[in-house]
Design a protein around this ligand. Structure first.
Ligand code: IMP
Length: 202
C-alpha cells in the first residue's frame, strides 16, 4: 500500500463524537478524518454480529467514496447471564426507538434475579476498515466488567450508568470520559486498528 500524506479517512457514522474520538485515538497516522456527509444514508444494520453490521456500513461507505479509506464501527453490551444479550441489539433492546433509560431499565429487570457474582458482562467494539483498493481490516476491542443493580452516575451514554469496569468500583458514568477513554472497548479496538495500519506501513 502506498503512503501518501494526508489520506482521507471517512468515519461511517452520523455521530460527530465518534469522528472526533477516533481521530484522537488514531492521531499521527497521516489520515484526515471526516464524517460521512450528512445526506448520506447508511443501510439498516441487519446482521446478527458486530462485524457483520460494521461491514454493512463500511461497504456502503466504500461504494460511495471509493477513493477514501472508510472506517465503520459497531458496538454493544454482552451480558453472560442473558446468553450474550443485548449484543448487536443493544441500541434497540427495549424497542426500535428505545431510549437509553428504557434499555437500561429492561436490562436491570432481566437481571433482577441474577446474583452479584453472575452479573459479568463486556462491551465489545468492532471496527471494519476498507482501503481504496478494497482490502479490509477488522479490529476488535473489549472491556470486561459487571452490571450494577441500579444506575449510578451522570456522564456518558447507553449502559454506562450500570457498567462497572473490572478493577474499579464505580460505573463508567461515574468514572467519566477521561477514564473511559483509556479503558473502553472503542479505545482497544482503535489501538488494534492502529497496530494493523502501522504494520501495513499505512
Ligand atoms: P452503536 O455501535 O453506536 O450502534 O451502539 C450500540 C449501542 O450499544 C449503543 O446505543 C449503546 O446502547 C451500547 N453501547 C455501545 N458502546 C457503549 C458505551 O461505551 N457505553 C454505553 N453503552 C454503549
Amino acid at each position: 500500500m502506498t503512503s501518501a500524506a494526508h489520506r482521507r479517512a471517512i468515519i461511517c457514522t452520523g455521530n460527530a463524537h465518534k469522528v472526533e474520538e477516533l481521530g484522537e485515538l488514531l492521531a499521527g497516522l497521516d489520515f484526515d478524518f471526516a464524517a460521512l456527509p450528512a445526506e448520506t444514508e447508511l443501510p439498516p444494520e441487519t446482521a446478527d454480529t458486530f462485524v457483520g453490521n460494521a461491514r454493512i456500513k463500511a461497504e456502503a461507505g466504500h461504494a460511495g467514496f471509493p477513493d477514501a479509506w472508510v472506517i465503520a464501527d459497531d458496538s454493544g453490551l454482552i451480558v453472560d447471564a442473558l446468553d450474550g444479550a443485548p449484543g448487536v441489539w443493544s441500541a434497540r433492546f427495549a424497542g426500535e426507538h428505545a431510549t437509553d433509560t428504557e434499555n437500561v431499565d429492561l436490562l436491570l429487570e432481566r437481571l433482577a434475579d441474577t446474583p452479584d457474582d453472575e452479573r459479568t458482562a463486556r462491551f465489545a467494539c468492532v471496527l471494519v476498515t476498507i482501503a481504496p483498493d478494497g482490502s479490509e481490516l477488522v479490529a476488535e476491542g473489549f472491556v470486561e466488567g459487571t452490571i450494577l443493580r441500579a444506575p449510578a452516575g451522570e456522564s456518558g451514554f447507553g449502559y454506562d450508568p450500570v457498567f462497572v469496569p473490572i478493577g474499579h468500583t464505580e460505573s463508567f458514568a461515574q468514572l467519566g470520559s477521561d477514564v473511559k477513554a483509556q479503558l473502553s472497548h472503542r479505545a482497544h479496538a482503535a489501538q488494534a486498528l492502529r497496530d494493523q495500519l502501522v504494520e501495513l506501513g499505512a
